[in-house]
Design a protein around this ligand. Structure first.
Ligand code: MOS
Length: 678
C-alpha cells in the first residue's frame, strides 16, 4: 500500500512549524497562572496590592476583579467567577507582567488568603453506598445474579487503575489578542471550531468575531479536546491590559488544571460452563468526579459488545470528591474497562485450563450482544489467529513460572482490543485552482496524528490526482466547521466531508483546469442521519512477552505485537505510528503511570515527568503493529475505522497476563511496579 510521508515533516524538523505561543507578536505581555493551595474552601483575600507594586507587573486577575463571563456547560471555564475553591491546584488568580520572569516572580509572591474546609479526596475512602451520578448508563440483561451463582466456573475479582495523566509535549498554551471586539487566539487544542464556539459564548461575541488559529498542535490525547481555562484566561488577560498576551501552563500546572483519567475500582464477575462458554458478565465500576464537573469514564462500554453471554449487568457509581476534574484520556472507557475485562478473561482461562486465545474465540458473538445488530465487520478472531501465528503462540507452555532464563522469568500474555466507530458531521471545501492544483479546506486538527497527511491522501484519491497537487488547509476556525480530533473520529469524519467535496468538485468541473478556479463546499450531516442498523467497531489483539527479574521484580517487555482490524488503513506510515503510540501508552499504563493523590492536602503529589513516569526509548523494545486488510462497506467512502485509540485498549491487560504467566503472580492494581510483584 502506498504511504505518504507527513506533508508538514520538513516544517516540523526545521522549526518552521509554529506552536501556539511561538508566534512573533509585538508588545506581548506574559501571563502566569496561580493555583489554589487548599483542597476546599473559600478565597478570603487575594493580596493583589503588594504584587501590583512590583516593577513590570501590569495586572492581577482573580475573583475580585474578573469581568462577568457567560457560562458554558463546563464549570472549569468559569474562570475567576467564584470565591469557592473546588480542589487544590484550581486556577484562582493570574499575574500579567512585561516579562515571563517578572510574571513568575510576582505570581510566587501573591499571598491568597483562604478559609479552608475539610476535604475528601480519595476514592478508596468513599463509603460503598455513595453515588452522585446523574447519568444512567447501566444495563441489565437476563438474570446475572442467579446465573453467576449457578455457574460451573467463575471469576470474581476487583481490578483498579490509578489516576493517570496525559502528557502532551506542548503544554496547554494560548497567545491572545483583541482588536476592538474581535478576538484572535493562537491556541493549542484538538478542534478550532469547538474553541471558537466556546469563546464566542463565554465572551458573548458573534462567532464571526472570534478567530482560533491552531495549525500545529504538540499532542493532546484528549486533554485538549475540551477548551481549557488557558484560552479563557488569556483572552481575559489580553482584554484587561489592552495588549496581546502569552500564556502557557507549566507541566506542574497541567496536572490539576487540564484533566486526567479518573481512578477506577472495577469488580468483574464472569460465570461460564466448564468448557469456557460464558453465561454471565457483570462489570461494576466506581469512578470519581470533581464537585464542579461530572465526567463519565464509561468503563463498561466494551463489555457490552466483546463476548457472548446471555446474562449481563453493567453498573456505574460516581463519587464526587474535592479533586481536580477528570476528563478525556486516550480511549476513555474502553481503556480502563478492557484492563479489567481482559484480565478477568485471562483468569478464566487459567481456571478452566483453556488457552486464552481459544477462550476468546469460543465466546465470539455472531451479532452485537448489546442489541442484536449485525456487525458492519468484526475480525477479532482473525486478529487473534494472525497474532498467535506471528508471535509463535503455539509453542507456549501454559504453566506459570515454566520459563526461566538466567535471572529472569519469562512469560507471554494476550488480550483483545476494541474501539467503536464514532462518526461526526463536518463540512469541507474543495477548490480547483487555475494553476492545476487543488486546495482542500476544513477546520480539522492535526495533533501529531498525521491527520493533514491522511486527508491529503483521501483528497488525492477522490480527485484522481497525485498527492503533490493537493494542499490541505486545517487548524483554523475560519475554515469550514469541523468536529474534534477525538474519539478516533478524525480521519473518517473529516475524511468523509473531504471525499464528498472532492467528488462534488469533479462533477462540477467541465475543464480539468478552470481559468478562474472552481470551488464547492459540502456537509455530511444528512449522510450520517442514514440508517444505523450496523454495530460498527474496530478490533485487535495484543501479544506481549515479559521478562521479570527474580531478585528485583523489574519487568521488561522485549516483545509486544498488536494486530488490528480497523477497516481500510488510509495512510500506512502514519497509521503505524498511531497504533505504536497507543501501545506504548498502554505499556506506560501497565508498568509506570500513576498520579498519587495527597490525602492530607489534596491535589497530586507527583506532577512532573521526573515523578510521573512514561515509557522512554529504553523501555520500548521489540514493538510491532500490523493490521489485517479489512473491507467494510458500511462505514464511509474510505472504508476506514478509527485507529487513534485502539492501540492502548487491552495493552495493559496483555502485559499483566504475561506477568502472571511469567511469575504466577496476578497483579490486579495498576501500575505493575516491583513492589506489587515481590
Ligand atoms: Mo481522545 S481521549 O478521544 O481526545
Amino acid at each position: 500500500m502506498r504511504s505518504l510521508e507527513r506533508v508538514e515533516a520538513r516544517a516540523k524538523v526545521t522549526g518552521a512549524a509554529r506552536y501556539a505561543v511561538e508566534y512573533p507578536v509585538e508588545n506581548a505581555a506574559n501571563v502566569v497562572a496561580v493555583a489554589a493551595t487548599v483542597a476546599r474552601g473559600e478565597i478570603e483575600s487575594v493580596g493583589a496590592e503588594e504584587v501590583l507594586a512590583l516593577p513590570g507587573v501590569l495586572a492581577v486577575l482573580s475573583c475580585e476583579n474578573a469581568p462577568k463571563l457567560q457560562s458554558v456547560d463546563d464549570a472549569e471555564l468559569e474562570v475567576f467567577q467564584s470565591r469557592r475553591v473546588a480542589y487544590r491546584g484550581q486556577l484562582v488568580a493570574a499575574v500579567v507582567a512585561e516579562s515571563l520572569e517578572t510574571a513568575r516572580a510576582a505570581a510566587a509572591r501573591l499571598r491568597i488568603g483562604y478559609r479552608a474546609e475539610d476535604h475528601h479526596v480519595l476514592l478508596e475512602d468513599a463509603s460503598d453506598d455513595s453515588d452522585d451520578s446523574d447519568f444512567s448508563v447501566d444495563i441489565e440483561q437476563g438474570d446475572p445474579e442467579t446465573a453467576f451463582a449457578g455457574a460451573a466456573v467463575s471469576v470474581d475479582a476487583t481490578y483498579t487503575t490509578p489516576a493517570e495523566h496525559n502528557n502532551p509535549m506542548e503544554p496547554h498554551a494560548t497567545l491572545a489578542a483583541w482588536d476592538g471586539d474581535e478576538l484572535t487566539v493562537h491556541d493549542s487544542n484538538q478542534g478550532s471550531t469547538t474553541v471558537r464556539d466556546a469563546l464566542a459564548q463565554i465572551f458573548d461575541l458573534d462567532p464571526a468575531r472570534v478567530h482560533v488559529v491552531s495549525p500545529h498542535v504538540g499532542g493532546g490525547f484528549g486533554s485538549k479536546g475540551t477548551p481549557r481555562p488557558t484560552v479563557v484566561l488569556a483572552a481575559m488577560a489580553a482584554r484587561a491590559v489592552g495588549r496581546p498576551v502569552k500564556l502557557a501552563f507549566t507541566r506542574q500546572q497541567m496536572f490539576p488544571m487540564t484533566g486526567y483519567r479518573t481512578p477506577t475500582i472495577q469488580r468483574v464477575r464472569l460465570g461460564a460452563d466448564a468448557d469456557g462458554t460464558l453465561t454471565t458478565i457483570v462489570h461494576e465500576v466506581t469512578q470519581q468526579a470533581s464537585t464542579i464537573r461530572d465526567f463519565d469514564e464509561g468503563a463498561t462500554k466494551p463489555m457490552r459488545i466483546m463476548y457472548r453471554a446471555p446474562h449481563r449487568r453493567a453498573a456505574h457509581r460516581l463519587v464526587r470528591l474535592d479533586v481536580p476534574s477528570p476528563s478525556w484520556m486516550r480511549a476513555p472507557g474502553e481503556c480502563p474497562g478492557m484492563w479489567a475485562l481482559e484480565s478477568a478473561m485471562d483468569e478464566l482461562a487459567v481456571t478452566t485450563g483453556i488457552d486464552p486465545v481459544e477462550l476468546r474465540v469460543r465466546n465470539e458473538p455472531e451479532t452485537s450482544p448489546e442489541d442484536g445488530s449485525p456487525w458492519s465487520s468484526r475480525n477479532l478472531v482473525a486478529c487473534l489467529r494472525e497474532g498467535a501465528e506471528r508471535f509463535g503462540w503455539a509453542d507456549r507452555d501454559p504453566m506459570p513460572c515454566a520459563r526461566r532464563e538466567g535471572r529472569t522469568l519469562v512469560g507471554t500474555g494476550v488480550a483483545s482490543a476494541t474501539y467503536p466507530v464514532n462518526r461526526e458531521p463536518n463540512e469541507a471545501t474543495a477548490r480547483a485552482e487555475p494553476d492545476g492544483r487543488f486546495t482542500i479546506r476544513i477546520a480539522a486538527a492535526d495533533i501529531g496524528t498525521g491527520a493533514r497527511t491522511a486527508l491529503t491522501v483521501i483528497a488525492a484519491e477522490a480527485l484522481k490526482a497525485e498527492p503533490d497537487r493537493v494542499t490541505v488547509e486545517i487548524g483554523d476556525s475560519d475554515l469550514p466547521r469541523a468536529s474534534l480530533a477525538g474519539g478516533s473520529t478524525g480521519t473518517m469524519s473529516w475524511g468523509t466531508a473531504v471525499h464528498r467535496a472532492c467528488e462534488a468538485l469533479l462533477a462540477e468541473l467541465d475543464v480539468p483546469v478552470p481559468p478562474e478556479g472552481v470551488e464547492v463546499t459540502v456537509g455530511t450531516e444528512d449522510e450520517l442521519k442514514a440508517e444505523e442498523k450496523y454495530a460498527r467497531h474496530a478490533f485487535g489483539a495484543h501479544f506481549v512477552e515479559v521478562s521479570v527479574d527474580i531478585d528485583t521484580g523489574e519487568i521488561r517487555v522485549p516483545r509486544m505485537l498488536g494486530v488490528f482490524a480497523a477497516g481500510r488503513i488510509v495512510n500506512p506510515v502514519t497509521a503505524r505510528s498511531q497504533l505504536l503510540g497507543g501501545m506504548i501508552m498502554g505499556l506506560g499504563m501497565a508498568l509506570m503511570e500513576e498520579s498519587t493523590t495527597d490525602r492530607e492536602f489534596g491535589g497530586f503529589l507527583n506532577h512532573d515527568l521526573a515523578q510521573y513516569h512514561v515509557p522512554v526509548c529504553a523501555d520500548v523494545r521489540g514493538l510491532e503493529a500490523v493490521w489485517l486488510d479489512e473491507e467494510d462497506r458500511h462505514l464511509n467512502p474510505m472504508g476506514a475505522k478509527g485507529i487513534g485509540e485502539i492501540g492502548i485498549v487491552g495493552a495493559a491487560a496483555a502485559v499483566a497476563n504475561a506477568v502472571h504467566h511469567a511469575t504466577g503472580v496476578r497483579v490486579r492494581d495498576l501500575p505493575i511496579t516491583p513492589s506489587r510483584l515481590l
